[in-house]
Design a protein around this ligand. Structure first.
Ligand SMILES: Nc1ncnc2c1ncn2[C@@H]1O[C@H](COP(=O)(O)OP(=O)(O)OP(=O)(O)O)[C@@H](O)[C@H]1O
Ligand SMILES: [Mg+2]
Length: 295
């Protein structure tokens, strides 16, 4: 199935579901914040950000689940020295329960490996969708923050995960191509799907002033060309040699070099996100999956 077409079709309206699946969508259910981390250009630090933000949230007492939805090479499990044997594809094949493929990472953070299952997720049968939603329903009470590493670019898979997430973090760096590619991602989500709210995080910056400076560039262009767009600057992470050092050790930066400038920046970023409410209050994991699975 052409995924771009099915994304458009989704706007036509939801599939009617049984009472059981409606119960899953109960708006009174526990509130889980679902954040996607994306970028236009690759290699801007998304996976490092997801891992360290997750560990920072865990240090603030939150129960965090990461979903690795990136089909690229340097995945979350590699960054953390984990070797998941199974992933969502095994769940979709009916071989495993979702709970069984989730692995425990450092600091109490849990990881849902997706790999080859990522693309499958965007074209499931109705039965598979219901199965996924039921398994997620069981998990919801165990999660406060759900972080999704979507990968780079504007592939249909990246767009799907962005559309499904309640809060979209777009990572930029001082490199001009990172800005133009981030703008391209924001623009396609705005023009094709009407997405208006984005949070922008600057990585690899020399200092906070530089972070604000590059944000000003993308925000000026977006305000000029995309009517009604809302880009929120959520801060910056400095260029810090301890980030690649921690990756070599396959440990989160916050554990390997807790006093480093970048580690401190991740902690204050988590604090800031915790304090700033999302634009939409449709914050539960089922909502995310329902949007993702188009039910
Ligand atoms: N703040 C930082 N300071 C220094 N190095 C960094 C910083 N953030 C990320 N890096 C380094 O940049 C490289 C790319 O990081 P990472 O793999 O997290 O990016 P990515 O956006 O997930 O890449 P991809 O698009 O390939 O998935 C890694 O070597 C990482 O150590
Ligand atoms: Mg990555």
């Amino acid at each position: 199935m052409d995924q771009a077409v099915s994304l458009r079709e989704r706007k036509a309206g939801p599939i009617a579901w049984s009472k059981k699946s409606l119960r899953i969508a109960d708006p009174q259910g526990p509130l889980v914040r679902v954040l996607s981390v994306s970028s236009g250009k690759g290699g801007v630090g998304k996976s490092s950000i997801v891992v360290n933000l997750a560990v920072a949230f865990a240090q603030l007492g939150k129960k965090v689940l990461i979903m690795d939805a990136d089909l690229g090479l340097a995945n979350i499990d590699v960054l953390l020295g984990l070797t998941p044997k199974e992933n969502i594809a095994h769940v979709l094949e009916g071989k495993r329960q979702l709970r069984e493929v989730i692995i425990n990472g450092p600091g109490g953070v849990r990881i849902m490996p997706a790999s080859s299952g990522v693309q499958q997720l965007t074209r499931l049968t109705d039965e598979q969708k219901l199965l996924m939603l039921e398994m997620l329903d069981e998990l919801e009470s165990e999660i406060d923050i759900f972080l999704v590493d979507t990968g780079a670019g504007i592939s249909d898979t990246v767009l799907y995960f962005n559309l499904a997430a309640q809060e979209k973090i777009v990572v930029i760096t001082p490199e001009p191509t990172s800005l133009t590619d981030a703008y391209a991602l924001i623009k396609v989500l705005y023009t094709r799907y009407g997405e208006r709210h984005f949070r922008v995080l600057a990585n690899f910056v020399e200092d906070e002033k530089a972070g604000k400076g590059i944000f000003a560039k993308i925000s000026t262009v977006a305000d000029h060309f995309l009517d009604g767009i809302s880009l929120d600057y959520i801060g910056s992470i400095p260029r810090d040699p301890n980030v690649p050092r921690a990756i070599l050790q396959q440990r989160p930066l916050l554990h390997a070099f807790p006093r480093s400038a970048a580690a401190r920046a991740f902690l204050s970023l988590a604090e800031r996100i915790r304090k700033s409410p999302p634009h939409q209050n449709n914050g539960n994991v089922q909502f995310f999956w329902k949007r993702l699975l188009q039910v």
